[in-house]
Design a protein around this ligand. Structure first.
Ligand SMILES: Cc1cc2nc3c(=O)[nH]c(=O)nc-3n(C[C@H](O)[C@H](O)[C@H](O)COP(=O)(O)OP(=O)(O)OC[C@H]3O[C@@H](n4cnc5c(N)ncnc54)[C@H](O)[C@@H]3O)c2cc1C
Length: 296
């Protein structure tokens, strides 16, 4: 492990000026479950680690019906999965937070860190894309906001400038009669990286007979998590049924750009996109109807 300076600022302004003064060798630290592992492996050359967990805005969970949820970037997963409002209103986010690592990892790991790490397989990212989450980013020129689906720009790369900090992630209130679900495939029960992950959300008409809108996002089948727009668009106006979910799953398979690596082949990943898309849509539909299923 290389020697590095550790600093723990108390404000976002202080954190940003520390980042600006560190050139390319400063990194924010949230849970450290990616950063410390990468530093120990020698994959990163870091001289200053800026612990952001003492900044109040990054540790806050604010939920107001009608306004939505704002999740500080340094809130660990264990607080998310135990928060009664998040469990009730955003179960699709809880699906993902509850899958990251195991209990010990969830005590440290954050959704903000998962997003900033920008792994194509990051479990929270498809879940956040289908919930239409946006990133609040602070830098020398103030606050800016971008959708989560535009945040990852390549494997391990994101839309932040070196002197910008992800402050929080905002989730709008869910649409009426809507539900969301995230599922992934791993060859073990836990503590593994997704071979494929799929997030789905559907909003139904008031009588439940039609899909008014849908969103689909795919993880680990492209250089970044992908929004499968054509597949989601096909569902608009359709009856929620195994047939329409299967049609959308076929289009999601076309949108996927999988590679073959140590975790799976292109063919296996494309097959999994089909299976998980159908199941995630089923799970989102059940939740939209008021059920509790996650589609499995
Ligand atoms: C045993 C183990 C199991 C794991 N299992 C999973 C899994 O199942 N699914 C999964 O998706 N991941 C998994 N991971 C990876 C990791 O735990 C997650 O990506 C986690 O969410 C990262 O969050 P963190 O708070 O620890 O991030 P950190 O390691 O603190 O940070 C990650 C990156 O984001 C940057 N960063 C952090 N916060 C900010 C901020 N506010 N603004 C700007 N940049 C910031 C850091 O500088 C760093 O580059 C696992 C890791 C381990 C060690």
């Amino acid at each position: 492990m290389q020697a590095f300076e550790y600093v723990a600022p108390a404000t976002i302004q202080e954190a940003v000026s520390l980042l600006a003064g560190s050139g390319d060798r400063g990194r924010p630290l949230a849970g450290g479950t990616d950063l410390i592992v990468q530093m120990r492996a020698g994959a990163l050359d870091v001289s200053r680690v800026i612990d952001v967990k003492k900044i109040p805005e990054l540790n806050a969970i604010t939920y107001r019906p009608g306004e939505g949820l704002t999740l500080g970037a340094a809130v660990p997963c264990h607080r998310i999965v135990q928060h009664p409002d998040i469990v009730k209103v955003y179960p699709g986010l809880v699906d993902a937070a509850a899958l990251i690592g195991g209990t010990a990892i969830q005590g440290r790991a954050t959704i903000g860190g998962n997003l900033c790490n920008a792994a194509p397989s990051g479990d929270s990212i498809p879940a956040m894309i289908v919930l239409e989450a946006t990133c609040n980013i602070f830098g020398p020129s103030g606050m800016r906001t971008i959708p989560v689906e535009r945040f990852c720009t390549g494997p391990g790369r994101n839309a932040l400038a070196r002197d910008e900090l992800l402050v929080s992630i905002h989730f709008p209130p869910p649409l009426a009669h809507s539900g969301a679900c995230y599922l992934r495939f791993i060859p073990r029960h836990e503590m593994d990286i997704a071979v494929v992950g799929v997030g789905a959300s559907v909003a139904l008409s008031a009588d439940g007979a039609r899909i008014d809108s849908a969103r689909l996002a795919l993880g680990a089948v492209g250089p970044t998590p992908l929004s499968a727009e054509a597949a989601a668009a096909l569902l608009r106006g359709k009856e929620p049924s195994e047939e329409s979910f299967a049609e959308a799953a076929r289009l999601a398979q076309e949108a996927a750009r999988p590679i073959t690596d140590m975790r799976g082949t292109q063919a296996q990943r494309r097959h999994l996109v089909g299976v998980l898309t159908r199941r995630a849509l089923r799970g989102a539909w059940e939740r939209a109807k008021g059920g509790k299923s996650n589609g499995r």
